[in-house]
Design a protein around this ligand. Structure first.
Ligand SMILES: Cc1ncc(COP(=O)(O)O)c(C=O)c1O
Length: 395
């Protein structure tokens, strides 16, 4: 097994100020305790079923398959999970952990696209915890609908107006808050990133995606898929899907990063295309930085992929070649957004549209008996206003 003491090969670790060490150790102990705690896992599973609406369907996208005239395409419908994205699996798990096991009074979270913020606010409301969400002002502008939802759910959204005013700045503020309030507060990190044990903890709560998908495809097709495709922001929906198939050597996997306006423009968030190894926000992974080690500004049409680093397990999987990483541009994602909407009646999140765009590229080159599973990480309701704005349409 390549996961050892908080490291994935050479990546990962726990690079934080001393003040956070006790909180991370407390979280690690809580996680190790509940991993095999039947009572906790039963409650979590029952909430996933009756509250989140799991298992989410594995849908055969017949019209898209016919249109592309190659591999059969299935969509893992995380967009149908309560609150509209895979983020709820992890947020609910951590809210439960904070309340039941760590006895905290308050949770905080960072959010980019707003989906993790909405999911955390939902978890807080469900278990009865106070909740503050940090969000960059650029993301607040792009994701107004989710800001309103978080407020409705009883959470306070705290604007972050520093740096690029996006996800990385929101994470900085969350870490700052957590340092001050560790005794009463749990920080619900939204992806497989940050200091140990977060990458493992979030992987654990998201692995339900892959477990379900494997069962479902075996039932529908009687065999494993040829290829899995998922978008990679911090990397949680992709690890959630991939983790269950990593030992199935015939199953190929592709993680799709945000190519933004093109790698050559510098306006992107493709860490593997032009980043290098570095420590950022608590762990060693790939990061977009300049020669002086300053974090570069990133860009993506999708707020959830617009991040300068990537989960350490992805760095490991990339180096070993087990997962291939690629990127698609804003324009390609926007085309996929419209194509899936008009062909299948499913409006994907702009993040998920990156995964769909990759399927559109590769499916026609694959044989008709190949099977692709695309992780549809979330629904596009949150993005329609931004897409209309980009198209110059006022609604
Ligand atoms: C719908 C959706 N998909 C994907 C992502 C990217 O996150 P991750 O790579 O952790 O799945 C986000 C993040 O906000 C999201 O909202």
């Amino acid at each position: 097994m390549y996961i050892k003491k908080g490291y994935f090969g050479q990546y990962g670790g726990r690079f934080v100020p001393e003040t956070l060490m006790p909180a991370l150790k407390e979280l690690e102990r809580a996680f190790l305790r509940v991993k095999f705690d039947k009572e906790f896992l039963d409650e979590f599973e029952s909430l996933l079923k009756d509250y989140v609406g799991r298992p989410t369907p594995l849908y055969f996208a017949g019209r898209l398959t016919e249109y592309l005239s190659g591999a059969k395409i299935y969509l893992k419908r995380e967009d149908l999970a309560h609150t509209g994205a895979h983020k709820i699996n992890n947020a609910l798990g951590q809210a439960l952990l904070a309340k039941r096991v760590m006895k905290k009074e308050r949770i905080i979270a960072e959010t980019g696209a707003g989906q993790h913020g909405v999911a955390t606010a939902t978890g807080a409301a469900l278990v009865g915890l106070a909740c503050d969400i940090y969000m960059g002002t650029e993301d607040i502008r792009r994701q107004q609908l989710n800001v309103f939802r978080m407020n409705l759910l009883g959470a306070k959204v705290i604007p972050v107006d520093t740096g690029s005013k996006t996800l990385k700045d929101a994470i900085n503020e969350s870490l700052r808050d957590w340092t001050k309030n560790v005794r009463t507060t749990h920080y619900v990190l939204g992806t497989v990133f940050g200091p140990h044990p977060y990458p493992l903890l979030v992987r654990f709560f998201q692995s339900v995606i892959g477990k379900e998908a494997k069962k479902q495809i075996l039932k529908k097709e009687g065999r494993l898929p040829s290829l899995l495709i998922a978008c990679v922001g911090g990397g949680s929906n992709s690890i959630g899907l991939f983790s269950e198939f990593l030992d199935d050597n015939d199953v190929q996997m592709t993680g799709v990063e945000a190519g933004g306006k093109g790698i050559e423009t510098g306006l992107h968030a493709a860490r593997f295309a032009s980043g290098n190894k570095g420590v950022f926000q608590g762990c060693l992974s790939y990061v977009l930085e300049n020669d002086d080690g300053n974090i570069l500004k990133t860009h993506s049409v999708s707020a959830g992929l617009d991040y300068a680093s990537v989960g350490p397990e992805h760095a490991y999987l990339r180096d070993t070649g087990r997962v291939k990483y690629t990127h698609v541009t804003d324009d390609e994602a926007l085309e996929a957004f419209e194509l899936l909407s008009s062909l299948e009646g499913i409006i994907p999140a702009l993040e998920s549209a990156h995964a769909v765009a990759e399927a559109i590229k590769v499916a026609p080159k694959m044989s008709k008996d190949s099977i692709i599973i695309v992780n549809l990480s979330g629904r596009g309701d949150k993005d329609v206003q931004e897409v209309a704005r980009i198209k110059g349409i006022s609604i």
